[in-house]
Write a protein that binds this ligand. Structure first.
Ligand code: MG
Length: 374
C-alpha cells in the first residue's frame, strides 16, 4: 500500500519540488490532492501527471478548497507549502484529522504555535518541518532515546544555532541596502525560492520566522536559539548538547532532500535524484556574525516571538504587507523594516493565543501596516 499525499500550494517552488520527489517514489507514495491559488494551466497539468484525485483552485473555491485537500480521507501526509498566513486553518484542520503535516508554511507556527501544537496533540497529528534548518535539527536529534515525538523539549539539548546565507546583501554597505531594487533583492546567492521568501531572506525576516518556528518545534527558549551567517548554505544548523558536543546536518542547498525526509521521517529512503555530497566541492565553509543592526527585522521578529501572545502574528502580518508593497514597487527596501517596526509599536498584544485572537491580531496588523505603506 502506498501512502497518500496532499500538496497545498503545488504550483510554487516547494510544491513543484515535492512532486518531483514523489514522482521518483511512486512505489511508496501516491498524490491525493493538489491546490493552487490561481489556475494558469500548471495545476491541471500537475493533476494529470500525478494522477491526483482532487485539484482545487483557491481563488475559485475560497479557503474551503485548502481544507478539503488537507483533510482528504486518503491523505496520510499533507505538505503545506502555502505562502503566508493563509496556510494556518489548513494546518489546524489536517492536524485535527490526525495527519502528518510536512510544513513548509512556517508562518503557521509563527502566528499560532501553541494552537498548532495543541491541534496536533488533540487530533493525533504530527508536524514535521520541511524548512532545511529545522529538518537539520530534527535529523540531528532523531533516533535519540531522550527524544520523544515532536514537539518536545529534548532534555539533553543546550542550544540550537540556525545558519543563514546572509542573502544577496550580506556584504553590501547599509546605505546601499536601503535602496536595493526588487530585482536585486530577489537574486538570492544560494537558494532558488519563491518571491516572498526570497525577500524575507534578503531582509533576514525569514531567519526571525525560523527562530520562532524552532522555539515551537524544539521547545528551547529564545536565549538558547541563535543565528549565524554561513554564506555557502551547506551546514543547515548546529545542535549543541549539554556535554558540549555539537551535531550538524550537511547537504547542498536543495529542498528536495528536506522534503524527502519530511515524507519518510524517522526512516530514510534511497533517492538517486538528490546529488551526492562532495566536501571538496562544497568547501571552504565560512561563518560570520549576523549584521543585526543593518538587518533589523531579525531582532524585531525574535523580540516579537519572545513577547509571546499575538506579537509574532502581528510581526508576520506586517511583514507580509510590507513585502507585498515592496514587490509592487510602492516602497523602498529599507521601508519594510520601518513598517514592521511601526506596526509592532501600535500592536496591543493579546496574551491568549486562540484562533480568534490570532486572526484579529493579523487583521489589525495588516490594516496598520497598509496605512504605514502609503
Ligand atoms: Mg530555511
Amino acid at each position: 500500500m502506498t501512502k497518500g499525499v496532499s500538496i497545498l500550494g503545488s504550483t510554487g517552488s516547494i510544491g513543484q519540488s515535492t512532486l518531483r520527489v514523489l514522482a521518483r517514489h511512486r512505489d511508496r507514495f501516491h498524490v491525493v490532492a493538489l491546490t493552487a491559488l490561481d489556475s494558469d494551466g500548471l495545476l491541471g497539468e500537475q493533476a494529470r501527471e500525478s494522477g491526483a484525485a482532487m485539484a482545487r483552485v483557491i481563488n475559485r473555491t475560497g479557503p474551503e478548497g485548502l481544507i478539503q485537500a488537507a483533510t482528504h480521507p486518503d491523505a496520510g501526509i499533507v505538505v503545506n507549502a502555502v505562502v503566508g498566513a493563509a496556510g494556518l486553518k489548513a494546518t489546524l484542520a489536517a492536524l485535527h484529522a490526525g495527519k502528518r503535516v510536512a510544513l513548509a508554511n512556517k508562518e503557521t507556527l509563527v502566528m499560532a504555535g501553541q494552537l498548532v501544537l495543541c491541534a496536533a496533540r488533540e487530533g493525533g497529528g504530527e508536524i514535521v518541518p520541511i524548512d532545511s534548518e529545522h529538518s537539520a535539527v530534527l535529523q540531528c536529534v532523531t533516533g535519540r532515546a531522550d527524544r520523544p515525538a515532536l514537539p518536545a523539549v529534548p532534555a539533553l539539548l543546550r542550544r540550537i544555532t540556525l545558519t543563514a546565507s546572509g542573502g544577496p546583501f550580506r556584504d553590501w554597505p547599509a546605505e546601499r541596502v536601503r535602496d536595493a531594487s526588487v530585482e536585486e533583492a530577489l537574486n538570492h546567492p544560494t537558494w532558488r525560492m519563491g518571491r516572498k521568501i526570497s525577500i524575507d531572506s534578503a531582509t533576514l525576516a525569514n531567519k526571525a520566522l525560523e527562530v520562532i518556528e524552532a522555539h515551537h518545534l524544539f521547545g528551547l527558549g529564545y536565549d538558547d536559539l541563535g543565528v549565524i551567517v554561513h554564506p555557502q548554505s551547506i551546514i543547515h544548523a548546529f545542535v549543541e548538547f549539554v556535554d558540549g558536543s555539537v551535531l550538524s546536518q550537511l547537504g547542498f542547498p536543495n529542498m528536495e532532500l528536506p522534503i524527502l525526509y519530511a515524507l519518510t521521517h524517522p526512516e530514510r529512503l534511497a533517492d538517486p535524484g538528490v546529488a551526492r555530497f562532495d566536501p571538496v566541492q562544497a568547501g571552504p565553509l565560512t561563518f560570520e556574525p549576523v549584521r543585526a543592526r543593518d538587518f533589523p527585522l531579525l531582532t524585531l521578529g525574535v523580540e516579537a516571538g519572545r513577547k509571546g501572545g499575538t506579537a509574532a502574528a502581528a510581526f508576520n502580518a506586517a511583514n507580509e504587507i510590507a513585502v507585498e508593497a515592496f514587490l509592487m514597487g510602492r516602497i523602498r527596501f529599507g521601508r519594510i523594516a520601518e513598517i514592521v517596526e511601526g506596526t509592532l509599536e501600535r500592536h496591543e498584544i493579546t496574551d491568549a493565543v486562540t484562533l480568534d485572537s490570532v486572526i484579529e491580531a493579523d487583521r489589525r496588523a495588516r490594516e496598520d501596516a497598509r496605512r504605514l505603506c502609503c
